[in-house]
Design a protein around this ligand. Sequence first.
Ligand SMILES: *[C@@H]1O[C@H](CO)[C@@H](O)[C@H](O)[C@H]1NC(C)=O
Ligand SMILES: *[C@@H]1O[C@H](CO)[C@@H](O)[C@H](O)[C@H]1NC(C)=O
Ligand SMILES: *[C@@H]1O[C@H](CO)[C@@H](O)[C@H](O)[C@H]1NC(C)=O
Length: 209
Amino acid sequence: MSVNLQEKTFPSSATLLSLALLTLWSIQPTRAQDNTNNNCISLASSKACPAFEQYYVGFPGLASRYSYLANVTNLDSFDQSLFAHVQSTNDYLLPLGCSSSSKESAPYARYSLSRLCAGLIQDVTDSLPCNFQHNLTPPPLCKATCDDWISSVDMITNNNDVCSGDTTQRNSTILDLQNQCSSWQGYNGTDSEGCIAGQVNEPNNCGMC
Ligand SMILES: *[C@@H]1O[C@H](CO)[C@@H](O)[C@H](O)[C@H]1NC(C)=O
Ligand SMILES: *[C@@H]1O[C@H](CO)[C@@H](O)[C@H](O)[C@H]1NC(C)=O
Ligand SMILES: *[C@@H]1O[C@H](CO)[C@@H](O)[C@H](O)[C@H]1NC(C)=O
């Protein structure tokens, strides 16, 4: 009896497994279509991350972990997603528990794009392996750039119109973000390590400074 049950269960789970594998096989080539080199998107001629153009970001891995990257399939959709994200309230206003007078957009905090580019390129799970495959070790963002971003966020949100009421969450999140600039290897770069400065990535976009 139990043998019979097993014999019945086995083929059906094997069928499920083959179905799952078939689905994966059919999804994989479509998603990877625009990505040369094994799901790594090259940033060559990126508009959002021009200072990082020799490096790579790993997709579809990043898309599955960050909802604002959900529809990224190539460099163009990557750039568009970054531009949209830094202008949305999701980048820093929501995490700080603040809101904007315009519900959909936030003031551009200085070097937001540069920080986002560095964070994604330095992603240990999905992007660093892509860069290592190409024998590249991307340099970190300069700590000074990370600090400039935080100062800008601090300045924008130290304002009752943007952040009113209880500012406990704002203040503790700003402290966390400041700590990241000192202690995360992707954001705490120094000149002697050849760190990438926001000014190089965004020479014409001072933001709120
Ligand atoms: C991704 O595409 C879906 C379907 O078109 C859409 O509903 C969703 O808003 C898009 N997500 C982003 C982050 O653009
Ligand atoms: C948060 O920081 C601001 C500016 O430094 C300060 O005015 C405010 O009292 C702080 N809020 C809390 C809850 O400590
Ligand atoms: C940057 O952070 C890493 C990881 O915490 C640390 O090992 C390194 O010493 C830091 N670099 C600087 C210049 O502080």
